[in-house]
Design a protein around this ligand. Structure first.
Ligand code: Q9C
Ligand code: ZN
Length: 344
C-alpha cells in the first residue's frame, strides 16, 4: 500500500495540553508518526511519497473562510499580546451568551474552539495544511484508480468541523478527502470512523448530505470525549436523513463487542454501495492507550483491517488518533497490511 507523508507535521508540537485540570505534556506529538513510518519500513508495506501541493482549494470546500483566516493568523496575533507560547482559549459562547465573533484574539479563540486541549502553536497552520494536503493527495490517488492508500498525517482531523477546532484537530483531513472524492466524480462516498472518539466534526460537516454516509464506532459520548455528539439517535437530517450511523460502545469494550459492531457498520456501508470509502483510522482503541478505555490488541487491528478490506471498495485510510507511541506503528501497520491483503 502506498503511503502519503509530509515531514511538515513536525512544525506542530504543542508543549502541553490540559488533562484533569493540570497542564501535562501533549500526547498528540511528532513521535507518533516516527513510530508508524519506522514500522512501514520494517515490514515493507510499500512506497512512501510526498503530497502534491494541492493548496487550499480542497480545504476551502470544507471549512469557512473566516475560520481559516483565524487559524492562519491566530498564533501571530496571540504572540503580539502574550509572547511566543501556545495559544489556548478560556472563555466560550455558552448557553445564554451571544455567538458573535469578538475582535480580540482571546475572544476569537473561545469563539472557534471546542476545548482547551487543542493549542494553536507557531507551526500549527503549516502542519495542519500539510496534513490536509496529504489527505487530499490520497483522495486523488483513489480517484485515479488506486485500490488503497494511506494518508499518514497529523495533527488529526475528525473532531474539527467547518469552523471549530477541538480534540487535537484543526482541519478535517478525512472530510477534505471525502469531498475531493465527490468533486472528482464519486456519486457516493462512505466515511467509516474507527477512532476511539466520536468523529463529531466529520458528522457535522456531512449531517445534511445524502451523498456522504458517515458511520462511527466509538466510546459512548455520555462518558467520553467529545461528550456532546455521537449518540445512537443522531441519524442525519434533511437530505442526509439515514446517512449517519453511530455505534457507541461502553468503556472497557474489547473485540467481542467491537467486532459485531463493525459488522453492523460495514453492512450499512455495503447497502449504501459507495464508489469509494474513507477510513478515519485511530489506534486509540488499543488496550494500552494512555487516554482511552477500549481493549483492542495488536492482533485485533489485523482483524479490523481484514474485515474492512473484504468490503471490496477503494479505500483511503486517513490517520487520526492513537497515543501509545511504542505500539502505534505495529497496530497501525497490522491494520493496513491486513486491509490490503483482504482486498486482493
Ligand atoms: N482526559 C483524537 O483522538 N481530551 N483526539 C483528552 C483526556 C481530548 C482525542 C482529555 C481527546 C481528543 C483525534
Ligand atoms: Zn481519538
Amino acid at each position: 500500500m502506498i503511503t502519503i507523508y509530509s515531514d511538515d507535521h513536525r512544525a506542530h508540537h504543542a508543549a502541553r495540553e490540559m488533562q484533569g485540570g493540570v497542564a501535562v505534556p501533549a500526547v498528540e506529538k511528532p513521535a507518533r508518526l516516527d513510530s508508524i513510518l519506522a514500522r512501514i519500513g520494517e515490514v515493507g508495506l510499500g512506497p512512501v511519497r510526498p503530497p502534491d501541493g494541492l493548496g487550499l482549494d480542497p480545504v476551502r470546500r470544507v471549512h469557512t473562510a473566516p475560520y481559516l483566516a483565524f487559524l492562519e493568523q491566530g498564533h501571530t496575533l496571540w504572540s503580539e499580546q502574550f509572547g511566543d507560547i501556545d495559544a489556548a482559549p478560556f472563555s466560550w459562547p455558552a448557553r445564554g451568551l451571544r455567538g458573535i465573533e469578538p475582535k480580540s484574539i482571546e475572544g476569537r479563540l473561545g469563539y472557534y474552539a471546542g476545548d482547551v486541549s487543542t493549542p494553536i502553536t507557531g507551526g500549527t497552520w503549516r502542519a495542519a495544511t500539510a496534513a490536509a494536503d496529504v489527505a487530499a493527495t490520497g483522495a486523488c490517488l483513489i480517484a485515479d484508480g488506486a485500490r488503497s492508500a494511506f494518508a499518514l498525517c497529523r495533527p488529526p482531523g475528525h473532531h474539527a468541523s467547518a469552523d471549530v477546532f477541538n480534540g487535537y484537530c484543526y482541519l478535517n483531513n478525512a472530510a477534505i478527502a471525502a469531498q475531493v472524492l465527490c468533486d472528482r466524480g464519486a456519486g457516493r462516498v462512505a466515511v467509516l470512523d474507527i477512532d476511539y472518539h466520536h468523529g463529531n466534526g466529520t458528522q457535522d460537516i456531512f449531517y445534511r448530505r445524502g451523498d456522504v454516509l458517515f458511520v462511527s464506532l466509538h466510546a459512548d459520548p455520555a462518558v467520553e470525549y467529545p461528550f456532546f455528539l455521537g449518540h445512537a439517535d443522531e441519524v442525519g437530517e434533511g437530505a442526509g436523513a439515514g446517512a449517519t450511523l453511530n455505534l457507541p460502545m461502553p468503556l472497557g469494550t474489547g473485540y467481542a463487542v467491537y467486532g459485531p459492531a463493525l459488522d453492523r457498520g460495514l453492512d450499512a456501508i455495503d447497502r449504501f454501495a459507495p464508489d469509494a470509502m474513507v477510513v478515519s483510522f485511530g489506534a486509540d482503541t488499543y488496550d494500552g492507550d494512555p487516554i482511552s478505555a477500549f481493549r483492542l490488541t495488536g492482533d485485533d487491528f489485523s482483524r479490523l483491517g481484514q474485515r474492512i478490506g473484504r468490503i471490496a471498495r477503494p479505500v483511503l485510510v486517513v490517520m487520526e488518533g492513537g497515543y501509545a507511541v511504542d505500539a502505534l506503528g505495529r497496530n497501525t501497520v497490522n491494520f493496513l497490511a491486513a486491509l490490503e491483503g483482504a482486498q486482493t
